[in-house]
Unconditional design. Structure first.
Length: 431
């Protein structure tokens, strides 16, 4: 007997709900989610996709952009959505989960292979492919292409329709593991679902994404680059107190030891090329050639990078007090924001389109409109803008959640805090 749930509006989770998707996964309404243009928006307006829509089964599916929501991840709505979808996930697990898709070859539109049959079955169970769109079983047609793109959006992957190793790895996580991941993260979201402020900033670490929230709605989303596995971005609560334009970068001791010393051993000109200066404890500048780079002498000194385009923080630093000495900032390496897995930093958070975020943060600060922000950046001079009313900022570790219309999202447990790797190895976990 399937597990059934009867929410207050009378909808009943049933076999029909399973066949049509995880609580309307494929029937989400379009919601304006962000002030900035997301990768999904770019995808939908691109010429390539317009041609795809014109030539292959037009109108076959709901656009992937409709999987976005303006509801903050940390909200009572998210808790309710997750509670609603849990019985559906439990029913999927009770029915045997989903099939494993053979990963011997990459799959894309036009491919004809036996693996496409399993791919269709997998996408149908998770609600990405509707039963009415099955088409020819072993052919990767436009219905499958659209379903794969929806799946990719829900898992934080580039929505390009290509089923490669990254997609196989995520797709073949067993349903039982995903259910336990949902249960673990429901506890996390509940703990942060109270009032967080009229305006606040939230960074979801595993999603490497920032939300700017105002009046209970997300007004902008920004891709972020967060900490590596061995240099993790911490979970914290603080308040943004100031914006630093054209900041100096004071290099942390951990980076001096792990990065600068090895780089100087390999290239004695590294500090000079990157405009990083060395100072002793009396503030006197020391030439790099005076340091013995085969010892830890450098860790007893201060390293500071001059402002400029090659500065590690580029043009802007967003400051908030915290015991971890982390902050948000710009970066000269903009290409990293397009990666699926944006875990490259030493704990701080690099923010895409940071000027837009800074303009929103400084919106109510006199004499700090967009024109003044651009002028401060162009000047190349160290300038601080202090907030009279600090804005709350939070980071947390959420790898599973459900949005409006019960669309379920998952992210990789990059820091191993869900125990997903251990769960997958337990006897009885369905493959």
């Amino acid at each position: 007997m399937p597990v059934r749930a009867k929410p207050s509006h009378g909808f009943e989770v049933s076999r029909r709900a399973l066949l049509t998707g995880i609580a309307a996964l494929g029937a989400a309404r379009a919601v304006p989610a962000a002030a900035e243009e997301s990768p999904v928006d770019v995808l939908l307006r691109s010429q390539a996709v317009r041609e795809w829509q014109d030539k292959f089964d037009g109108g076959a599916s709901t656009p992937v952009a409709q999987l976005k929501s303006d509801v903050p991840l940390l909200s009572p709505d998210t808790v309710a959505n997750m509670e609603y979808t849990l019985p559906v996930m439990q029913d999927i697990v009770a029915r045997g989960g989903w099939v494993r898709v053979p990963d011997r070859q990459r799959l894309r539109i036009g491919t004809r292979a036996d693996a496409v049959v399993q791919l269709r079955q997998r996408l149908a169970v998770s609600g990405d492919l509707q039963q009415s769109q099955f088409g020819y079983g072993d052919t990767f047609d436009s219905y499958v292409d659209a379903a794969v793109r929806r799946f990719q959006v829900r898992h934080g992957l580039k929505p390009n329709g290509l089923v490669d190793k990254a997609v196989f790895d995520v797709m073949n996580v067993p349903a039982d593991v995903r259910l336990r991941q949902m249960e673990t993260n429901l506890v996390r979201v509940r703990s942060m679902s109270g009032f967080l402020g009229d305006r606040f900033v939230f960074v979801n670490i595993p999603a490497a994404e920032l939300e700017a929230v105002e009046g209970g709605r997300v007004v902008a989303r920004h891709n972020a680059v967060v900490g590596k596995i061995d240099r993790q971005t911490p979970v914290l609560s603080s308040k943004i107190t100031e914006i630093n334009f054209n900041p100096y970068w004071h290099v942390p001791v951990s980076i001096i030891r792990k990065d600068l010393i090895p780089k100087m051993r390999a290239d004695p000109e590294y500090l000079t090329k990157n405009r990083i200066r060395i100072y002793d404890n009396k503030g006197r500048e020391i030439p790099p050639e005076a340091i013995n780079w085969d010892t830890d002498q450098a860790t007893q000194l201060s390293f500071r990078q001059d402002p400029g385009e090659i500065n590690a923080m580029a043009t802007v630093k967003i400051t908030f007090p915290n015991p971890h000495d982390v902050y948000m900032h710009d970066t000269p390496f903009k290409d990293l924001f397009g990666d699926n897995n944006r875990f490259y930093s030493s704990g701080c958070m690099r923010i895409q389109n940071v000027r837009e975020l800074v303009a929103w943060i400084l919106r109510d600060v006199p004499n700090w409109g967009p024109a003044q922000i651009d002028e401060a950046i162009r000047s190349g001079t160290r300038v601080d803008a202090k907030l009279k009313a600090p804005i709350p900022v939070y980071t947390n570790y959420i790898t599973a959640w459900a949005t409006r219309d019960r669309v379920i999202h998952f992210r990789d447990d990059i820091y191993g805090r869900d125990g997903i790797g251990e769960l997958a190895q337990l006897p009885g976990i369905m493959q």
